[in-house]
Write a protein that binds this ligand. Sequence first.
Ligand code: ATP
Length: 363
Amino acid sequence: MANKEKPSSEHEPGFVSLKNLDKSFGDINAVANLNLDVAQGEFFSMLGPSGSGKTTVLRLIAGFETATAGSITIDGEDVTNFAPFDRTVNTVFQDYALFPHMSIQDNVEYGLRAKKVSKPERSQLASESIESVKLSHLATRKPHQLSGGQRQRIALARALVMRPKVLLLDEPLGALDKQLREEMQSELKRIQRESGITFIFVTHDQDEAMRMSDRIAVFNMGKIEQLGTPQEVYESPETAFVAGFLGSSNLLEGDKAQALFGVSDLVNIRPERVTLSGAGTHHDTSHESIPAIVKDVSYIGSSTMYIVESEGGVRLTALRLNQELPADYVDFAPGDKVVAMWQKSHVAAIPNNQRLTPEGSNP
Ligand code: ATP
């Protein structure tokens, strides 16, 4: 779909619409009164820690689980009580679920055969689908003769050949190593863009969700904590959970927030917004600043992370990109006196400011 509208967190009519959805397993409320609208052609991610309910929501959309209450509509049709094969959705799983005894071509044709599509037509459609994931040269092989990344592409081709209205992806890259995973992330985005199919993607990896998604729903304990574009959920987290789950944070409230930022409500500043300069050296007076002592330094490749402590005992994390360093730079070490600086505009209030701890410190 060439002219895909850019989704935003503003309300749009739901192509996939979940209303007041509940799912209990005995005493466990895996999904609690969930409302969610996914737009057509959107790359939508459900992100959250293990057990937060995202896979259950995916399985409810696929029809592998039955809702305890609520409704699911896809493209205007109420599918709440439809069997999985009557829904215009397909699912791609982490473990590929390919048939080991069949060739790649036959694996991809399988769903079409079940739908009684004629041999010449299904052969052509499967070839096109294998072509779309760039594996035509391997069509006669069996799954065990492919790498993990290639198998995952074939699992995708097998789902895409059915032209589903919605493709559900359950941690599809979870079994791949980092490099292959990153390659497949851009591959998945390309395929989604070119096919125009609505993708609903489950992951617990925040970088992956940020990199790929038009919008992200951040799950916690069976509920959506926040829904928005990657930039919205990262830059303007509405809860302490979201601020802590997406990237690193300096979450402060009460006396500690008062000491640094002049407010006592819960606030957050991202570590990359806190800069350090040596005590006694010239520093930017347009910034807020406090004297501090370096407590810890961690070199993490592309960046270095510092924990510093103010005279009043408030700890802040600062992150600096290593590419900015001059060749003769001498790094800070634990015990060094520094000035920690930030811009006031980067201190973000957390609107849903349930208290963190009785002392109001970082958890
Ligand atoms: P993960 O990333 O580990 O897959 P998740 O966010 O996808 O986690 P779910 O798998 O949806 O979480 O699980 C949500 C809750 O429901 C968990 O407490 C889980 O133990 C429970 N649960 C899920 N499926 C079942 C089941 N078939 N029977 C009982 N409890 C279940």
